[in-house]
Design a protein around this ligand. Structure first.
Ligand SMILES: Cc1cc2nc3c(=O)[nH]c(=O)nc-3n(C[C@H](O)[C@H](O)[C@H](O)COP(=O)(O)OP(=O)(O)OC[C@H]3O[C@@H](n4cnc5c(N)ncnc54)[C@H](O)[C@@H]3O)c2cc1C
Length: 498
């Protein structure tokens, strides 16, 4: 990486931003966005029902919420458990220097140039800074997402954690924990845009002793106090980008030594995730038959993603970074104040560290999504769909992915499933097997947002069709009034032809 590209942008140009925001307002006006609310209001037990609740205000929540509002459904709520500027991993647990994606990705911009990351960046920091930018700094991306929340006027509540989603007689009831207490909401649909960990939590392999936590170990996507690890020796399990990011971060913050234990003998070389992105995959993937989806996902699972070369260079700059390839971890246990890890092939050896970071990624399993505890047993998973596949195509790691419908909706596993299941849409990494990567990474985020919004709109239109039809019948704005051809409606014959 060129050294100049490592310099974070200077203070934002507020005047430049004001000009951009005026442009955004003009663009929305040109496109007549947002349209007026077309959804008939619904009240249940004296409670106003929300048309949709979007859980999560990261990029996928922003895309879904904006897409609903831009389709005339403003009666929604967007809830995030985190505080402002803390949504998603970018400024909390993501420990890379910059995003891995190229800076030219437009972001969740709804096809509107003034809402792109580039427009926002140039308005804030100028064209020269844009030219010099190599990749997007985490904080910069987070600030851009915060700006979108603001200019889109999302009805967003921070520090609002959804803890339970329950079927409620044709609707969904949400239990929401907030600093001032618990409240209940009723909604027609819920979009779970809850991020990488929102599809089943963090992966903690069985061979890692739970007694190591919290003082001697952490999972990579958790907050870690690196100051407390100064001068200590750290073992890291895992070979993915996150493992390397954590190694580099620990050493840059003063750790004495980091050993990275990687099962693979050779690191993945090619980013097949990047190869499976683009309009063809984004729009076409959902339509391919289940058995082909399964085979493709097995292939991608086997390939795994490579560590970005910038991350590798960053870790290798540290003299006390030691990577051990072809070194699977067999067990990790506590011995007093130390972590004892058994590593290696046929004859494992024991190594000792002061601290362990487990960087084995995320789980996907509806049974492990706390908000869905009530309905999870009824949710169809891929293991229910694929049936008997030959042994070479079995992959227990991905069998529990939910089998989602075309609008990201949960599908029933059995006849006893509550019908409200289809009102819950899972727009996160859990959608990967059913929809491809559109809800996982930045390039597909607008495809996912549009798709889920359209599914919600269609469903609400259908269930409200009797009232919408009646509204059409009642609609009586005369077009020809003032012309010789005006005929007053029956009962209004005395009205003047003004
Ligand atoms: C370390 C890391 C680096 C990544 N780097 C890249 C990259 O460079 N390029 C790329 O394309 N992709 C990257 N990704 C993948 C992906 O783009 C990110 O995970 C991204 O954050 C996904 O956006 P999201 O909106 O789905 O979820 P998030 O950004 O994670 O937002 C989810 C939000 O949901 C909230 N939430 C969760 N549960 C609840 C609840 N029950 N109630 C209320 N709120 C809740 C959370 O507080 C969070 O703010 C990366 C992922 C990780 C983990």
């Amino acid at each position: 990486m060129n050294q100049t590209t490592r310099i974070a942008p200077a203070e934002p140009d507020l005047a430049g931003l004001a000009v951009l925001e005026a442009q955004v307002a003009r663009d929305l006006e040109m496109l007549n966005l947002p349209p007026k609310n077309w959804v008939p209001p619904l009240v249940r037990d004296d409670t106003a029902v929300l048309d949709a609740v979007v859980v999560g205000a990261g990029m996928n929540g922003i895309a879904a919420a904006g897409a609903l509002i831009f389709r005339g459904m403003p009666n929604i709520a967007v809830l995030d458990a985190a505080g402002p500027g803390q949504e998603g991993p970018w400024c909390t647990t993501a420990r890379m220097d910059t995003l891995r994606s190229p800076k030219t990705l437009p972001g969740p911009c709804f096809g509107i140039p003034s809402l792109t990351f580039r427009a926002w960046y140039v308005a804030n920091f100028g064209q020269e800074s844009w030219e010099g930018l190599y990749k997007i700094f985490n904080r910069t991306w987070q600030d851009y997402l915060g700006w979108l929340q603001r200019v889109l006027k999302l009805p967003l509540t921070h520090f609002a954690k959804v803890t339970r989603i329950s079927p409620a007689d044709g609707l969904l009831r949400l239990t929401v924990e907030q600093p001032d207490g618990t409240r209940m909401l009723l909604a027609r649909h819920v979009v779970l845009a809850t991020g990488r960990a929102g599809a089943g939590g963090l992966d903690l392999p069985r061979f890692v002793d739970r007694a190591l936590f919290p003082d001697l170990a952490a999972l990579a996507p958790q907050p870690i106090d690196f100051e407390a690890l100064r001068g200590r020796s750290i073992g890291i399990i895992g070979g993915g980008a996150s493992a390397w990011d954590n190694a580099a971060t620990a050493l840059e913050r003063g750790a004495a030594r980091v050993d990275l234990y990687v099962r693979r003998a050779v690191l993945p070389q090619v980013n097949k995730g990047r190869g499976s992105t683009g309009p063809h995959f984004h729009l076409g993937f959902e339509a391919i038959p289940p058995e082909e989806k399964w085979k493709l996902n097995v292939y991608l699972q086997d390939q795994q993603g490579p560590v970005p070369h910038e991350t590798v260079h960053r870790a290798l700059r540290q003299s006390e970074f030691h990577v051990h390839l072809a070194t699977p971890t067999r067990s990790a246990r506590r011995d007093g104040d130390e972590v004892v890890i058994a590593v290696g092939g046929a004859q494992p050896r024991e190594v000792r560290h002061d601290y362990l970071i487990v960087a084995t990624g995320f789980s996907v399993n509806p049974a492990q999504i706390p908000e869905l505890a009530e309905v999870a047993p009824h949710v169809s998973r891929w293991v229910d769909v694929i049936g008997d596949v030959p042994p070479e195509l079995r992959r227990p790691e991905i069998e529990n992915f939910p089998s989602l419908g075309p609008g990201f909706e949960l599908r029933p596993r059995d006849a006893s499933a509550p019908p409200e299941l289809s009102r819950i849409h899972l727009v996160n990494y859990g959608a990967h097997l059913s929809q491809g990567g559109i809800a996982s990474d930045i390039p597909g985020t607008m495809v996912a947002g549009d798709r889920v919004a359209e599914a919600v709109i269609r469903a609400v239109f259908l269930e409200e069709f009797p009232r919408i039809r009646q509204a059409l019948v009642d609609y009586d704005e005369p077009e020809l009034i003032g012309t010789p051809f005006y005929v007053p409606p029956p009962g209004k014959e005395t009205e003047p032809n003004a």
